[in-house]
Write a protein that binds this ligand. Structure first.
Ligand code: TF8
Length: 337
């Protein structure tokens, strides 16, 4: 056989192998409604699109993800119930809104748990993150991956928060989660739980004075239009979690489940990179939009931090001391202690 014929034959073999492999996979046409709360132009929206593309690519176009943003399928808590009941296939949302279903998720609400994103990635993607995620299954949900929402910072329309006392009398929206509620009450704010989907108009109508979210969200949800002051507190690292209805998941083939798992990992890697790039320049963008930004003097930040450690004991009780201690040990190890 001459060289050209051999090359052509090899190429033909490779070409015929690919469709054969795709056919060998046990994949049926599937429609997946994937709900999320932020808008399409947010980091959450961009990553949802990447997830949809990855699923299409890995399933030869048979599995179709319809990404539905802006809480059009309802706020986090409503979508969670739809997943549990089997009326919706997938979603991404805050771990904090899952605590009512799986109490172990409160671990991620611990103020100042992670010092940086490296620690967050290591713990969330490691055995502890897995363990917390797997607790969802007995409640009818399957967790696939954690995405980054990010370190949260305070905004409000009244005054710059430069010390704890500046929060006195500030009506502050918090997520529907007791750790957040208790933490901000402890700091002196008038904390009010509200779903994210109601937040912009609550700020606009002065139903609440402030809120706390990562820079990315303050930017993508245009909170700068209705909030003057941004105080850099980085009080907690907030993860998002991609979940699946277990009712629906259990009816999928192993190949279909693998498509979703692999696509979720690809979306996570994209999402974290994208979020961090956006966060790195968001502060300058927010300043350009007219927000007045202040950092807390280190002594004041330390006072807030000290006060917030009081919620740690109750988080330990909620999530179980074994999990709490395991997490502290893991963090000490990561910090070289
Ligand atoms: C919040 C969260 C939101 C999420 C999102 C809607 O403040 O930070 O980003 O719940 O999924 O509610």
């Amino acid at each position: 056989m001459n060289f050209i014929r051999r090359t052509l034959l090899a190429a033909a073999c490779v070409a015929s192998l690919a469709p054969a492999l795709a056919q060998a996979q046990d994949i049926k046409p599937r429609l997946i409604r994937f709900g999320y709360g932020l808008n399409e132009q947010s980091n959450q929206g961009r990553a949802a699109k990447v997830f949809a593309d990855e699923v299409a690519k890995r399933s030869g176009g048979k599995m179709k993800v319809r990404a539905i943003g802006a809480a059009a399928l309802g706020p986090d808590t409503q979508m969670q119930q739809a997943l549990i009941g089997g009326a919706q296939e997938m979603m991404v949302g805050s771990t904090a809104t899952l605590v009512g279903i799986t109490k172990e998720m409160a671990l991620w609400d611990t103020p100042f748990l992670f010092n940086n994103v490296k620690e967050a990635d290591a713990v969330l993607d490691g055995p502890i993150g897995r363990k917390v995620m797997d607790k969802l299954e007995e409640k009818g949900l399957v967790g696939l991956v954690y995405w980054e929402n990010g370190f949260r910072n305070l905004t409000n329309s009244k005054r710059p928060v430069a010390k704890m006392e500046d929060l006195n009398g500030v009506k502050l929206r918090v997520m529907q989660n007791n750790v957040y509620l208790d933490s901000f009450k402890l700091l002196g704010a008038n904390a009010v739980p509200l779903p994210f989907s109601e937040l912009f108009s609550a700020l606009e109508t002065n139903t609440v004075d402030g809120q706390e979210n990562p820079y990315n969200t303050i930017l993508s949800s245009k909170f700068y239009e209705v909030q003057k002051y941004l105080s850099i507190t980085n009080h907690v690292y907030s993860p998002w979690i991609v979940t699946v209805s277990k009712k629906w998941w259990d009816g999928l083939s192993k190949d279909e489940q693998k498509v979703l798992r692999d696509a979720a990992i690809a979306s996570r890697d994209f999402e974290r990179k994208d979020t961090r790039e956006e966060a790195a320049k968001a502060l300058a963008d927010l300043k350009a939009k007219g927000m007045q930004i202040n950092e807390l003097p280190p002594a004041e930040a330390a006072r807030m931090r000290d006060k917030l450690t009081r919620v740690n004991a109750s988080i330990g009780t909620t999530v179980g001391m074994d999990l709490w201690n395991e997490t502290q040990a893991e963090l000490a190890k990561l910090r070289g202690g």
